[in-house]
Design a protein around this ligand. Structure first.
Ligand code: 7TS
Length: 410
């Protein structure tokens, strides 16, 4: 992979911010888009747009074909056994809520347990809290190791015959930790529980094979993997999708509608009520093509190299605290840190003045911030268009911020 060639595909990166070349280190929040994805959207709207699955005119057939082809491409990308197991949603948040409504609320009851970690993104935490309240089930948390990793012994302790659902991020959006979700899925299955994997931070950065993981559900977002905003995916095992009720009722998802009752289409269409996310799915398919052409293993290695380099460089700055595992092999694509006791928003503001975009805040993981005993952290996240020079610019700017605040604080 030639990063400098890759960068040419991303028009947004060719600009100056505050008088400096843009250094975009916030892909974990949302990635930038290559020309190929932007072109696919333009081409679709300029030549093929129409509503899908209805009418018999030519544009309708073209749009339907492109939409269903997108489903097949996404299915191949995650090695789903069939395209019918890929549901297009608005993103990870909606995908997880659909499992919380269609599976957890429908099948869990009082006394059942849902196993999570306290490092989950709110999207993989709040829906389970709500499902627990609605069903009388309880939440059980696997404690984190001091370095933020999850130990399989602790998971074993937390899982029991009461466990009905285990939900975990494949990669933490704050610590960057890669969780052993394949092994955890096997443990969940031993007690008859389902394994829900939040793949928002893994699917964009590494090969993810749902059959190899043997997860029951996988949720991810298009916008973090070069695709447009407003589209994401819920993958599910057929046996669950077939028995789950839809979340949204109305047009598109029905089979026969009577005055007092109705029946639904088969999966996945029964989960896609209303006009689906047609352009989003087509844009996501273009993103999947782009990623596949480079190769996910190649991308994983590139992100890993940058993460290892950033870890080493940031640690060399006195006053920087880095969170998460020391060993970069346990991480994927991001480094979260704080500088002295300076608020991460202030650090981020100094970096922005030098054209460097990072994320600062609680990263939608408030319980984890409490464990780390900080109100917020700064996070630099990497993707296929980042270079070692980007990391050097980050570290130089962190040093500038340190000098600035030390001077200002006297
Ligand atoms: N799960 C994880 C692990 C995430 O990182 C995110 C988004 C979500 C779920 C929710 O995804 P959405 O597309 O539905 O919003 N994470 C971040 C982040 O770390 N900074 O901004 C968004």
């Amino acid at each position: 992979m030639n990063v400098l060639e890759v960068r040419k595909d991303f028009p947004i990166l060719q600009q100056q911010i505050n008088g400096h070349p843009l250094v975009y280190l916030d892909s974990a929040a949302s990635s930038q888009k290559p020309r190929q994805v932007i072109e696919a959207l333009k081409h679709y709207y300029e030549t093929n747009h129409s509503n899908v699955h209805r009418g018999v005119h030519t544009l309708g057939s073209r749009a339907t074909e492109a939409y269903e082809l997108a489903r097949e491409k996404v299915a191949r990308f995650i090695n789903a056994p069939s395209a019918e197991q890929v549901i297009f949603t608005r993103g990870t948040t909606e995908s997880l809520n659909m499992v919380a409504y269609g599976y957890a609320r429908a099948f869990l009851k009082e006394g059942d347990e849902i196993v999570l970690t306290p490092a989950e993104h709110h999207a993989n935490l709040v829906p389970w809290q709500q499902a627990a309240k609605a069903t009388g089930a309880t939440l059980k948390y696997v404690p984190l190791q001091p370095d933020g990793t999850v130990s399989l012994d602790d998971v074993k302790q937390a899982i029991s015959s009461k466990t009905k659902l285990v939900a975990m991020a494949h990669v933490s959006n704050v610590l960057g930790t890669i969780n052993p979700v394949k092994e955890i899925a096997a443990m969940a299955h031993q007690v008859g529980a389902v394994m829900v994997v939040d793949g928002a931070q893994s699917v964009p950065h590494m090969p993810v094979d749902v059959q190899d993981l043997d997860c029951d559900f996988l949720a991810f977002s298009g916008h973090k993997m070069l695709g447009p905003t407003g589209v994401g995916v819920l993958y599910g095992k057929r046996k669950w999708l077939d028995i789950m009720e839809p979340t949204y009722f109305g047009g598109e998802m029905i089979d026969v509608v009577e005055l007092y009752d109705s029946t639904w289409k088969d999966t996945p269409w029964k989960f896609e009520g209303g006009t689906p996310i047609i352009a989003g799915a087509i844009g996501l398919a273009a993103a999947v093509d782009y990623l596949s052409d480079i190769g996910m293993e190649e991308i994983r290695q590139h992100d890993h190299r940058l993460t290892a380099y950033a870890l080493e460089q940031l640690k060399s700055v006195e006053g920087v605290t880095v969170y998460g595992p020391e060993d970069s092999r346990q991480r994927c694509g991001l480094v979260t840190f704080n500088l002295l006791s300076i608020h991460a928003h202030d650090v981020s503001t100094v970096l922005d003045s030098e054209g460097i975009a990072i994320r600062a805040g609680h990263h939608c993981a408030q319980p984890l911030m409490r464990i780390l005993k900080v109100p917020s952290t700064a996070r630099a996240s990497f993707y296929l268009y980042n270079t070692e020079a980007d990391v050097d610019a980050l570290v130089a700017s962190v040093r500038t911020a340190k000098e600035f605040f030390q001077h200002a604080l006297g």
